[in-house]
Design a protein around this ligand. Structure first.
Ligand SMILES: Nc1ncnc2c1ncn2[C@@H]1O[C@H](COP(=O)(O)OP(=O)(O)OP(=O)(O)O)[C@@H](O)[C@H]1O
Length: 853
């Protein structure tokens, strides 16, 4: 900040105090700003809605009244018609203006397609007035405008003169098109345009549609349908094949591509074999041919062993046509090429996996949800600077410390006076005078940094008498944050040299936050969450929020379906109950272990490499691979947890803190009471990055930062952050509860996932159901699980996890129970277990005979 800007008039000062009295004024002004914005939105929304209704009625009425009104409108000008003789009587329900508007839209412009304008006004109005998002606006406008033009042109073709069907536009288009292309050509062009528009806007799967309405005979199954398919769903039925190939080769990539180009093989095979058919009628293996001629044979083969069938086909071709060497070689060649080239081509054709696709219309919160603090710019007057400087110099002079230079850097809440001592002055001498200097400056929160690392000067931080609020808005809008390429970018505040302070949580990799009550800890935590919400898509990061105080984080409930993760079967995503905290932390440990397994099987070292590989479609989801969002675990009031659950909490936290960095789980642990029995050695050792708001004693400061200083902060967001090697003083960005609420509303009102992200299930030792065993009570989902296993003929726990949305442990237990009841075979290493019951009917009988139903 330029010095000129900083030196503010004293009379402005009072307004800048964020607390108590002035807080009221501030929140009022921001309230006005908000109310004004809302008002403007509501008013324009209401106007659009009314316009929409007006147009709709005018257009509808026009359909009945156009004959009577048209003469009146055409025979005169607009002004004469509207303002001229009151004797002119129109039939339109909305009078002259209604008649004229409808005439304009329906007759002069686009005909009956003009109704779409009313529709567009309606969805815009509802969006502004009620903040309800019926449809994505941009796409709807695009589609509707194209639709209007097309319809008008299409209906124009049907008419012989200008009328309300296609309007003048439709008629003119028809005239021109028919003169250029003739009637038939014009119709053809219009239909082609429709097709092009549909394909480019919606890209429908014509094959699927065709199959839906003209299903193949039960036997023809997937031969042709699968030709182009590479989607995850469609690969699912072939799980059994996967399992077999798993046994052969652990390499998931190859497996995936086998599934992929298998289909193309069939395609190619079919064309090639059709040629065979011409030459040699003996080659009955032609898939297409077989579909037609011998359905049952083909189906059995295809359903159960499509892959091995391909192999059979290959060998049969080469074996059965030994004379036709040329032809055989051709087949072999093309297959080799497929196995190498198609592999890459498929991935290229299909494009990389896009984790955001499920919520592709998601938009990041807009900056206007955050408040401006323009009228609250704090600052330091020249007199204040002079007075402080004189005080420092005099105090030091009293102790016979000479200084050769002094320089002031003004920050948002603190001014840093940098002193260059005269030669021969011992630094420790100045440091020891900390309290005396503070006394003579009559200010709280003096901090002496002797020396400032890397500068060779001694710093004395003196709080400004009129601290400035650092608005979250200014931080989020800062270029530094916006251009940040960090995985988990966080903007926390401004340094005392007024630089925006950003960091990457993924690199920290965990944060310990401490501060006495009322010093800005909750605001700081909100600032961290808000930073992530302003940068990340719901598919990229999930929060686990633990809030024993029960009130601090409730606002974030609204973004449950977008950003939160929770235990299965839990109603509330935000955890307030200590016993559930233990389960959640242990569940996170399970998630961590699972992620490590996945990383290992993908031969990657960390989440970034893993996700990149997944995005490049080199990992097969059928083998349990999935895109991994980062998980940020935020624990507010850690002391409470340690007091109630002790080691039970400490142990999983220490484990996560030690191991979770590579797999994208990051902890933020906050506490009011930074005593050694809360922040134990084990916790401390694993949290190199620590934040301290003001604490009450030097001891507390040492407990958190390993150095004093936090006890001398001035509160209200004044903080120190230690990243292991240096301690930086920051003024934390201020984000108020209504702002957080607005942001959560903004996100919550958008389309979300069906549910919060499910963490793996963890059942603690003493918890209900822990003793559930094969011999004991069956799991409530046992029957459902058995049915799924038998229907899919695949005995795998991951299938159950997916289909029944179960945690890892519970699915594992159900699998054990299924084995005990003879429904699936024993564990076979990497291969899926055998399913011992062939059909649903057999399963029914089996369950009945054992009295399980
Ligand atoms: N960064 C900031 N800038 C300006 N004022 C702040 C800032 N942070 C906090 N404050 C002021 O301090 C008050 C208390 O902050 P906050 O609620 O975050 O404290 P806390 O440490 O979380 O307290 P507790 O632990 O009791 O919840 C806020 O209402 C606000 O007026």
């Amino acid at each position: 900040m330029a010095k000129g800007n900083v030196l503010k008039q004293k009379d402005k000062k009072k307004k800048n105090e964020p607390s108590s009295k002035s807080k009221k004024g501030k929140s009022l002004s921001s309230l006005y700003a908000k109310v004004d914005r809302r008002k403007a939105k509501s008013i324009s929304g209401a106007i659009l809605l009314l316009l929409s209704i007006y147009l709709f009625i005018a257009f509808t009425s026009y359909l009945f009244s156009w004959k009577e009104d048209q003469d009146l409108i055409i025979s005169t000008t607009f002004f004469e018609f509207i303002f001229g003789s009151p004797d002119i009587e129109v039939t339109n329900w909305l009078g002259k203006f209604g008649a004229w508007t409808a005439h304009l839209f329906m007759f002069k412009w686009f005909g009956i397609a003009s109704f779409a304008f009313s529709f567009l006004l309606m969805i815009s109005g509802v969006r502004l007035l009620l903040n309800i998002r019926i449809l994505p606006l941009r796409k709807t406008f695009l589609v509707t405008f194209i639709g209007i033009i097309w319809f008008s042109a299409f209906l124009g073709l049907m008419t012989t003169r200008v009328n309300y069907l296609g309007g003048s536009f439709g008629y003119a288009t028809k005239e021109w098109l028919t003169s250029v292309l003739g009637v038939f050509g014009a119709i053809l062009l219009i239909l082609v345009l429709l097709f092009v528009a549909i394909v480019s806007l919606f890209n429908p799967d014509f094959k699927a549609i065709f199959q839906k309405y003209f299903p193949k005979k039960e036997n023809s199954d997937s031969t042709l349908a699968d030709n182009n398919s590479f989607s995850q769903e469609e690969v699912i039925p072939s799980e059994k094949e996967d399992d077999e190939s798993k046994a052969l080769e652990d390499d998931f990539e190859e497996e995936e591509y086998e599934v992929t180009f298998k289909d193309d093989n069939l395609d190619k095979q079919s064309t090639e074999n059709t040629e065979v058919e011409e030459d040699d009628t003996e080659t009955i293996e032609t898939p297409e041919k077989e579909v037609k001629s011998d359905d049952s044979f083909e189906v059995v083969e295809r359903k159960e062993e499509p892959e091995s069938e391909i192999i059979t086909l290959k060998s049969e071709i080469s074996e059965k046509d030994p004379d036709d060497n040329e032809f055989s070689i051709e087949v072999a060649k093309s297959e080799k090429e497929l196995s190498d080239k198609d592999l890459n081509k498929k991935a290229e054709d299909f494009g990389p996996y896009d984790p955001k696709l499920d919520l592709s219309s998601y938009s990041l919160p807009t900056i206007d949800l955050l408040r401006k603090f323009e009228s609250n710019q704090g600052g330091v007057t020249k007199e204040e600077l002079e007075a402080n400087k004189d005080n420092i110099v005099n105090t030091l002079a009293n102790y016979k410390i000479d200084i050769s230079k002094i320089k002031a850097t003004i920050g948002p809440t603190v001014t840093l006076y940098e002193i260059v001592p005269a030669p021969g002055v011992r630094i420790s001498k100045i440091k020891n005078l900390e309290d005396d200097i503070a006394l003579s400056l009559a200010a709280l929160g003096i901090r002496i940094i002797a020396p400032i690392p890397g500068k060779g000067t001694i710093g004395i931080e003196v709080p400004n008498s009129n601290p400035e609020i650092v608005s979250m808005r200014s931080l989020i809008a800062s270029e530094k944050f916006q251009s940040s390429k960090a995985e988990l970018p966080i903007v926390l505040g401004k340094t005392i040299t007024n630089e925006t302070f950003t960091f990457d949580l993924a690199k920290m990799p965990h944060l310990l936050v401490a501060g006495a009550t009322g010093q800005g800890k909750s605001v700081g935590l909100n600032a961290i969450l808000v930073s992530l919400l302003y940068k990340k898509h719901p598919s990229q990061v999930k929060f686990v929020l633990i809030d024993p105080k029960k009130v601090e984080l409730t606002l974030f409930n609204k973004i449950e379906r977008h950003f939160l993760a929770k235990l299965p079967d839990e109603e509330e995503a935000i955890i307030t109950d200590t016993s559930k905290v233990v389960n959640t932390l242990n569940s996170l440990c399970i998630e961590m272990d699972e992620r490590y397994d996945l990383l290992k099987s993908a031969q990657t070292r960390n989440i970034i490499e893993y996700n990149n590989k997944f995005i490049a479609r080199k990992l097969n989801p059928e083998n349990g691979h999935r895109y991994m969002p980062y998980i940020v675990v935020l624990i507010d009031e850690f002391a409470d947890l340690i007091m109630t659950a002790g080691k039970e909490v400490e142990h999983p936290i220490a484990r996560l803190a030690q191991l979770a960095r590579a797999i994208g789980i990051h902890l933020i642990v906050a506490t009011q009471r930074p005593s050694v029995n809360v922040i134990t050695g084990m916790i401390k050792a694993n949290f190199p990055a620590r934040i301290a708001f003001r604490v009450l004693s030097k001891i507390d400061s040492r407990t958190i930062l390993d150095t004093s200083g936090a006890d001398q902060l001035i509160g209200k967001g004044d903080m120190l952050i230690s990243t292991g090697n240096e301690v930086i003083r920051l003024q934390c960005g201020f984000v108020d509860t209504p702002e957080v609420e607005d942001i959560c509303d903004f996100i919550g009102n958008q389309r979300g996932y069906p549910d919060a992200m499910m963490l793996p299930e963890y059942i603690g030792e003493g918890a209900e159901g822990a003793s559930l065993d094969v011999d004991d009570e069956l799991d409530s989902k046992f029957i459902e699980a058995a049915e799924i296993i038998v229907t899919h003929q695949q005995g795998s726990a991951s299938l159950l996890q997916r289909k029944l949305k179960l945690g890892y442990n519970r699915a594992g237990r159900i699998v054990d129970q299924l084995e005990a009841h003879g429904i699936i075979g024993p564990f076979q290493g990497s291969k899926a277990r055998d399913v011992l019951i062939p059909t649903d009917e057999a399963l029914n009988e089996h369950l009945n005979s054992r009295g399980l139903r």
